[in-house]
Design a protein around this ligand. Sequence first.
Ligand code: NI
Length: 227
Amino acid sequence: MLLVIPDVFSPEQVAACVADLDAATWGDGRITAGLQSAPVKDNEQLSETSPVARKWGDVVLDALGASDLFVAAALPLRTFPPLFNRYAGGQSFGTHIDNAIRPIRGTSVKLRTDLSATLFLNDPDSYDGGELIVEDASGGQVIKLPAGSMVLYPASSLHRVEPVTRGVRLASFFWVQSMVRDDGARALLFDLDRTIQRLAGRDGIGDAEVVSLTGIYHNLVRRWADS
Ligand code: NI
């Protein structure tokens, strides 16, 4: 399932974040690349320990924690501290797959990457190229979002970032380990959850069928979730 989460950052947060990123010290993006992806990766990143990355990474996590849409879609168990990257001057990231397991620096925790996320930070009209292409059964999904909006997609997908031929593309990216490993099961739970929300809006949260379906939702989570 590929899902856009709009307005994770307000316009004011986008402006303040971009100002901090513009003033930060950037390094070669290959620092977090795997063996397969390193040769096709050409961008810049902030170090995982960069104070700017940690400050704005925490803002991303706070915003997502308050997003019913993110929580319902991802059913997050743990989230990788968000990283930040920058593409300009023709830089790109060729087709690759993200590593399945990521150690979280400074901890003994290892995260299984079930979902990948990219939060776009620049006005799409301010740069050419830079589309995120996510391959799926129907071909390639082309994603270039307004500043402050985020896409969530299965980390099992091959994906790439097209060359940025004008301007600068800044983004935050990270991974989520979901309580529900299987993408199809998670998509069913999300559909059921959204449908219950609509029914509750129409018939009231105490409606007998709404209560029954809510019970079914939670019993499916019990069946499928790891924590
Ligand atoms: Ni990737």
